[in-house]
Design a protein around this ligand. Structure first.
Ligand code: AMP
Length: 627
């Protein structure tokens, strides 16, 4: 396919935010694509040249892009920046300059050719990197027609905002190849195992349905984590779990998925952090910010080291390998397997008193600077609770009890860094209450109850895992993970913070959209308001983002990326909010007296927020408790 054809599809996709139309346009694009380019197209749609979990970044900011655009079309960099300021988008500025320029070199480049050049730009490292990136991009732009120029320029800047979620791509793949959306579950299953839509799409195009049915776990491709359900009481949990079930403490740290392969070597020096590409990338961390986007952080694709291959992924599948050198070392020294994928929860402890620290302390480890210093100050222990892959075999399909046995054979109870999570096999509701109280008195968050005969359900919530969290005072037994959808400008004292109120929503998994559930005006400290402003500044939009369904209009919309854990007294129905909208009553769900518990921007993706289905259950559970 010509890149120009793809660009024309991007133009069409930009004109709509309606999901059905997006699926329809995408499926037409996929019908025109062949198996050699479909994977690349899936990455490009997300503005990437690799799957999102690979730390491959273009490493070009506005000023270097302006330099490349100027070089391509015979303009000064300042002219480009002026035009960019006028039009508000670098792609549009470049398109305008490309249209005006007298050019003889326009060529019909294919998607694969353009992808290859962009990947080359991302992969440059070492001396003279910036010059090489600028001249390669300028040469590429010179050859492209104006519409293609617009989109190519927006890719390195991360401003190619088509607003297409993974479920939309999966529906479109099914529609393109099968004429309807019925293959979505099969595609999703393969995606849950690898998190790599490009890889799944390419396999689907090359090997058909049986090919994707056969997709197994791959070391180096993160698995979408299994998620837990909630229930209102221990009795209800026993009903779901049966006569015999497992219980583990629920540690309040952050989830880590470890990929170890001693037959491969780690790429890049582990100590160089962050990689050069991440330092100059738009997505890269702001030096003054402790908030985390570790996506840009990981092993650079440079020479292999002598160290075995170890990659760490967060709950939202960001590559966090370089943030935790102490965990990497612990895995190499303590895990008794040649090849393995295991999961655990990492918690920081005080090295003097050996006491485990609360979440607010542990989360300080999720940063990009002073890594080694923080590793000394707040060392981590990872409590391993599951094993998914062992020595060449995908064991995620085996029952939990078998996986646990294998986990016990490779991780020690008293490991220094990697330690086996305690597990008890229980039978009754009283057993749960007893263990729960013990866990709480030890400062843990609660319990995780697990079905003994369940496989690992990648990317899925189900009653194979049930979480029991410490109830906060008030009526709701659990918090709601909300997505930040908008902010209100502050009045009075809050003017200085930049934000005076929040509009938050939850995820409607059926429609793949975000629906509003609350305005949060009080319930945040001054410091928290400032932090919201800081982490959301670069995600502000003047128009409603695609996939957001709202009846109210904040001062600024925010691209749905930031997850906040919110505690509320109660869930009520309200005509203002769209969560779980019921046309017969003209109302949706709303949170009463919402307040912020913690920022979860680092460990949950917007799509991992609480779902409408869960909110509905929380709403119904309130009544079960006799309210
Ligand atoms: P929540 O984030 O409140 O939905 O609870 C689920 C999270 O609990 C998982 O994503 C893990 O990070 C964490 N967790 C802590 N202990 C365990 C455990 N023993 N088994 C599974 N997950 C655990």
């Amino acid at each position: 396919m010509l890149f120009n054809t793809l660009s024309k599809y991007f133009e069409k996709l930009e004109t709509t935010s309606k999901r059905l139309e997006l699926v329809d346009i995408l499926s037409k694009l996929f019908i025109e694509s062949d198996s050699a380019e479909i994977g690349k197209i899936c990455y490009l749609i997300q503005g990437r040249v690799a799957p999102f979990f690979e730390p491959v970044e273009m490493g070009m900011a506005e000023s270097t892009i302006a330099q490349a655009v100027g070089k391509a079309f015979g303009r000064h960099k300042e002219d480009v920046i002026k035009s960019y300021r006028k039009l508000g988008n670098m792609g549009l500025a470049a398109k305008e300059l490309a249209t005006k320029a007298k050019r003889l070199t326009i060529k019909a480049l294919s998607v694969s050719e353009v992808f290859g050049e962009l990947r080359k730009i991302a992969d440059y490292s070492g001396e003279g990197t910036v010059e090489k990136k600028v001249s390669t991009l300028a040469e590429l732009l010179k050859k492209l027609d104006p519409i293609s120029v617009k989109h190519v320029v927006n890719i390195p800047l991360g401003t190619l905002r088509l607003g297409i979620g993974d479920p939309t791509v999966m529906d479109a793949l099914s529609l393109a190849k099968h004429g309807d959306k019925s293959l979505r579950p099969v595609i999703e299953n393969a995606y849950n195992k690898t998190s790599d839509l490009g890889y799944v799409a390419e396999t689907f195009f090359k090997k058909g349905i049986s090919g994707i049915k056969n997709i197994k776990l791959v070391v180096g491709k993160p698995i979408r984590p299994a998620l837990a359900e909630r229930l209102p009481s221990a009795e209800e949990a026993v009903k779901r779990l049966g006569q015999e079930f497992a219980a583990e403490p629920k540690f309040d740290g952050f989830r880590v998925q470890v990929h170890l392969d001693r037959t491969r070597r780690q790429a890049g020096p582990v100590s160089s952090f962050p990689p050069a590409s991440a330092r100059s990338s738009k997505r890269s961390p702001q030096p003054d910010s402790e908030s985390v986007d570790l996506r840009a952080v990981g092993s650079p694709s440079t020479a292999a080291t002598r160290q075995p291959f170890v990659q760490l992924y967060s709950r939202n599948l960001e590559n966090t390998t370089h943030a935790f050198p102490d965990l990497v070392k612990g895995v190499i020294e303590e895990v008794g397997a040649k090849i393995a994928i295991l999961e655990g929860e990492a918690i920081a402890y005080n090295p003097q008193t050996e006491e485990f620290l609360p979440f607010q302390e542990t989360t300080k480890r999720r940063r990009k600077y002073k890594i080694e210093e923080m590793a000394q100050k707040l060392p981590l222990v990872m409590f391993a609770f599951d094993l998914l892959y062992l020595n060449g075999k995908d064991i995620s399909v085996q029952p939990y009890r078998e996986r646990r046995k294998l986990l016990e054979s490779i991780v020690k109870k008293d490991g220094k860094v990697v330690r086996l999570a305690e597990e008890r096999v229980l039978h009754k509701a009283e057993d749960i209450s007893k263990f729960f109280n013990e866990a709480i008195s030890e400062g843990l968050e609660g319990l995780m109850l697990k079905k003994l005969d369940s496989p690992y359900v990648a990317g899925g919530r189900g009653f194979h895992w049930i979480k029991f969290k410490r109830a906060q005072s008030g009526e709701l037994t659990d918090t709601v993970d909300c997505v930040l959808l908008g902010v209100y400008s502050g009045r009075g004292k809050r003017t200085a913070f930049g934000v005076g109120g929040l509009l938050v929503g939850v995820y409607d998994e059926k429609r793949d959209e975000f629906v509003t559930i609350s305005r949060v005006g009080t319930g945040l400290t001054d410091e928290e308001f400032r932090k919201v402003n800081e982490i959301s500044k670069h995600l502000r939009l003047s128009h409603k983002p695609a996939r957001v369904n709202s009846k109210i209009e904040p001062s600024f919309w925010i691209e749905p990326k930031i997850v906040l854990e919110i505690y509320a007294d109660e869930i009520t129905r309200s005509p203002v909010h769209t969560a779980g909208w019921d046309p017969s009553t003209g109302s949706g769900f709303a949170l009463r007296f919402p307040r912020l518990v913690k920022f979860r921007e680092a460990d949950k993706r917007a799509e991992d927020a609480t779902t409408v289905k869960e909110v509905k259950k929380l709403y119904q559970n309130q009544f079960k408790k006799g309210r």
